[in-house]
Design a protein around this ligand. Structure first.
Ligand code: UT7
Length: 334
């Protein structure tokens, strides 16, 4: 079976920069608190007049296609990871297909809702289709508009200072040699923690999905038990990285670059210290974009690639943890 390889990676972030000073004006928070607890200095918020989850992901996809020198028409399958779709249904995959002008080609579009782990879950799905020879060119996307669901006031501050908007995309194709490509993906979930980081409404198991009471309550907003998420994240990130290394009979010193999901800079720094990695072996951009959920890994990969940090010979490790709880890792030999 042929491995799959990432042949192109791209991203798009909205133009509007929201600084910590901007947030200080609308809620009881401070630049010092946000920087010290999260490492975030600024994030991007979408423009409701121009940006959608689908068109942001189309921009990211076009960058990935251009860098890979592949035409959109060659895509056989779209795998779309988001927890903030443009519509309740259908998923954003079909909207991206239309944005890319592929609707008349009727290629399949598959939607994934695994939050911060969504991009790695998506990579694993694309990888399986390529390994079995079902599809040759798979577009895997992670894109989110988080800002429109956040409460921009003191009540919502534990969530609204963290999250941001953006999109990233990767193009998968069969690897040319067996020694290169996506070596493995490892996926996990633990549903007992589902309500520790979730948006409850509009849920289907209610007599009415939406009512004025539901809208007025905070149940349409993200609820996060930040301390608990943090404690689980630092353990699961390490576990799933070591699982990937053991599976491939590799050592942590073999990893050239680690891109953790950009959840919180303190989580990345803790992970870095546990692994004993120098700064140049861990890529972080949460300072500029906040936590963009499913988009964070592909945005970081795209920037790291543009900065020359991912090139021929790089062993890249991706790891994620988030709502579900779900967590995952991937090892990629370039
Ligand atoms: O994407 C994957 C999922 N998400 C994560 O991985 C996030 C994981 N968790 C975290 O990143 C951290 O738990 C947070 C950044 C969310 C919170 O940091 P923390 O160090 O765990 O703070 P805390 O929740 O324990 O709150 C400490 C204090 C509280 O005040 P008291 O009770 O000590 O008086 C909060 O009310 O900070 C207060 N606080 C804030 N103060 C200023 C909470 N949010 C804010 C805020 N600005 N935005």
């Amino acid at each position: 079976m042929l491995k799959s390889q990432i042949v192109g990676i791209g991203h798009y972030v909205p133009e509007q920069i929201v600084t910590n000073a901007d947030l200080e004006k609308v809620m009881d928070t401070s630049n010092d608190w946000i920087v010290e607890r999260t490492g975030i200095h600024e994030r991007r918020f979408f423009n409701p007049e121009t940006d959608t989850v689908a068109n942001m992901s189309a921009k990211a996809a076009r960058m990935a296609l251009e860098r890979a020198n592949v035409a959109a028409e060659e895509i056989d399958l779209i795998v779309f990871a988001t927890i903030t779709p443009d519509y309740f249904f259908p998923g954003s995959g079909v909207l991206l297909q239309r944005e890319l002008g592929l609707d008349k080609k009727t290629i399949p579009a598959l939607d994934i809702r695994n939050a911060c782990s969504g991009f790695i879950y998506g990579l694993s799905v694309g990888d399986q289709y390529i390994r079995t020879g079902t599809y040759k060119t798979v577009l895997v996307v992670g894109a989110e508009i988080q800002s429109s669901t956040m409460e921009m006031n003191t009540r919502g501050r534990n969530v609204s200072v963290i999250f941001g908007d953006g999109a990233g995309a990767a193009l998968l194709r069969p690897s040319e040699t067996d020694s290169k490509g996506l070596l493995s993906t490892h996926l996990h979930a633990e549903g007992s923690f589902a309500e520790e980081l979730y948006v409850r409404d509009p849920g289907s198991s209610r007599k009415e999905r939406l009512s004025p009471e539901i809208i007025e309550s905070t149940s349409v907003r993200a609820h996060m038990n930040g301390n608990l998420v943090f404690k689980h994240a630092v353990v699961r990130f390490q576990e799933v990285i070591h699982e990937a290394l053991e599976h491939n009979q590799l050592n942590k010193d073999d990893i050239d670059l680690l891109i953790p999901h950009q959840a919180n800079l303190r989580i990345s720094k803790f992970l870095q210290s546990q692994l004993g990695f120098s700064d140049d072996r861990v890529y972080n951009n949460i300072m500029r974009y906040g936590n963009t959920t499913a988009a964070s890994i592909p945005i970081a990969m795209s920037e790291a690639w543009a900065e020359g940090k991912i090139s021929e010979g790089t062993l890249l490790c991706l790891a994620a943890f988030g709502s579900g709880f779900t967590w995952a890792s991937a090892l990629i030999q370039f």
